[in-house]
Design a protein around this ligand. Structure first.
Ligand code: NOJ
Length: 538
């Protein structure tokens, strides 16, 4: 069974690069576009298909690029438009596609649109942002909260009004009810598509629209702890009016029309109380997003039951949509620590990667996860993330997963000749890419083998998924595809040896897979701590 070539992205692997922390080529301590270009051979050798680059556009960097001041230019810190053109050309020459990060929901307070909008109540951009009068007692117009803490409303003395911000006060929310705003976003998308980008990651894709009547959010009946921790009151509301509004669906269709003109693909970041429902809705029908990911597997819960529930739940609701399963990114503690606490990080990194690559959906890997890097410990004095500063020490922010990549075991891990913007973790330097290169059993070499092997297994890239009952911490599922032998996938996510008895009446043969520890004798698979087993069923 072959799949239409237009669905190539369903078989692909996405690799996220956080440009500040990839490789610095000019010694200013911050990674840059030329650094990514320099490492494209490494990326191609890893075997991934698409590189999603987090924002590199002009920005005051209050949220490290997720606060954009010019959608159509590169921040000098990262390089120039010419550097970007060279990056694209090199990527395409080594067979890698490039996906940029479009932050449509909000921009920087320094963006000329906001500077103009806040200057008066009747300028041409007056209605480009979400402005509201105070209540008679001076309070904000409603109870909406910011993900990064406090009210979602910030007072502006010039207009004597509040403006809305879902994140930092320096990230004003664009008013998508205004057709000019929608058009401006589609235009900036076209700007990059014309330069040759192959896809787009849509940041905060559920946040585009707000309720025009500004109704209060009701109290949450079930507190969502996947988007924020329980130290954050944001989870106490049901977010039905500040985001996830129905008007977003027709807007996403407009985005898709533009993408289709260029044969480009999209992945949306879905943050919602019931994120799986929006992942399903936004990717259904082939006329909105291609793929979506949520925070459902980015939580602290590493139990096999949790993973199974999320994937099964999505499967039940999805119809013809498509998930990208993400277990790590620049917003959450690294998976080798978050899920691998108390276990050997190398071993856990491998089993987590193998598990992720075996699930049904397009995997999105985060830079450094192929090296099984652990969460770095960044002391309070060095914390950069404003989110972490607000919620310290209950939530230490996102710097621990954003520290620079250690490429070598030399000074600063070979990341920079200057002072890195965040310290390079000593434990990463000891496990640097160059060190792993020469070790056949390293996480890096395992990742390369696993990715290459996955390509040869249509069951994994195109098949269906069906879970088997297994005692915790074993995650067991079967990948099936008409005309192919089904593949049994067993993963021990725990720190001790376990056994799993293969389903009766089905034989099994271990596949020549890339080196996870695990073996079968008389129908019983032994899985050592962090082991895995991938086998054909008879
Ligand atoms: C989601 C991004 O992944 C995160 O890093 C950012 O802070 C918020 N959106 C706001 O843009």
């Amino acid at each position: 069974m072959t799949r239409p070539s237009s669905l190539w992205w369903q078989e692909a692997i996405i690799y996220q690069v956080y440009p500040r922390s990839y490789l610095d080529t000019n010694g200013d301590g911050v990674g840059d576009l030329n650094g990514i270009t320099d490492r494209l051979d490494y990326i191609a050798q890893l075997g991934v298909d698409i590189v999603w680059i987090s924002p590199f556009f002009k920005s005051p960097m209050k949220d490290f690029g997720y606060d954009i001041a010019d959608y159509c230019d590169v921040d000098p810190m990262f390089g120039t438009l010419d550097d970007f053109d060279r990056l694209i050309a090199k990527a395409h020459s080594v067979g890698v596609k490039i996906m940029i990060d479009q932050v449509m929901s909000h921009c920087s307070e320094r963006h000329p649109w906001f500077v103009e909008s806040r200057s008066s109540r009747d300028n041409p951009k007056a209605d480009w942002f979400v402005w509201a009068d105070p209540k008679p007692d001076g309070n904000p117009p409603n109870n909406w909260l910011s993900v990064f803490g406090g009210s979602a409303w910030q007072w502006d003395a010039r207009r004597k009004q509040y403006y809305m911000h879902n994140f930092l006060t320096s990230q004003p929310d664009l008013n998508f009810h205004n057709p000019e705003v929608q058009q401006a976003m589609l235009d900036s998308l076209r700007f990059w598509l014309r330069r040759g980008v192959d896809g787009v990651r849509l940041d905060a894709v559920t946040f585009h629209f707000h309720d025009k009547a500004l109704r209060d959010n009701p109290v949450a009946t079930v507190r969502d702890t996947s988007t924020v921790t329980d130290a954050n009151p944001y989870g106490m509301q049901a977010h039905v009016y500040d985001k996830c509004r129905p008007e977003n669906v027709p807007f996403l269709r407009r985005v898709r029309e533009v993408l289709d003109e260029f044969n480009a693909v999209s992945i949306g970041e879905v943050g919602a109380d019931d994120a799986l429902a929006f992942m399903a809705e936004y990717t259904a029908g082939g006329d909105k997003l291609h793929m979506a990911y949520s925070f459902n597997l980015l939580t602290e819960d590493s139990s096999a039951r949790h993973i199974r529930t999320q994937v099964e739940d999505f499967k039940r609701r999805v119809k013809d949509g498509w998930a990208s399963w993400s277990v790590g990114n620049h917003d959450v503690p690294r998976v080798a620590t978050r899920w691998g606490k108390g276990k050997d990080p190398r071993a856990f990194g491998k089993v987590a990667l193998a598990m992720q690559l075996s699930l049904k959906g397009t995997p999105t890997l985060y830079q450094g996860d192929e090296l099984a890097f652990t969460e770095a410990d960044v002391p309070y004095e060095l914390i950069q993330d404003p989110y972490g500063i607000t919620f310290w020490p209950e939530f230490k922010g996102r710097d621990g997963c954003r520290t620079p990549i250690a490429w070598t075991d030399g000074p600063n891990g070979g990341f920079t000749t200057g002072t890195p913007w965040l310290p390079v973790a000593p434990e990463h330097i000891a496990a640097a890419a160059s060190v792993q290169e020469t070790d056949v059993d390293s996480p890096l070499n395992f990742a390369r083998r696993m990715i290459a092997w996955r390509r040869t297994m249509p069951q994994l890239t195109r098949g269906d998924i069906e879970f088997l009952d297994a005692p915790e911490p074993v995650l067991a599922f079967r990948r099936t595809l008409a005309g192919e032998r089904s593949v049994l996938c067993l993963f021990n996510l725990g720190g001790s040896d376990v056994t799993f008895t293969l389903p009766q009446a089905r034989g099994a043969a271990k596949l020549p897979q890339p080196g996870l520890p695990g073996d079968v004798v008389d129908g019983v698979v032994t899985l050592p701590a962090c082991g895995g087993w991938l086998g054909y069923e008879a």
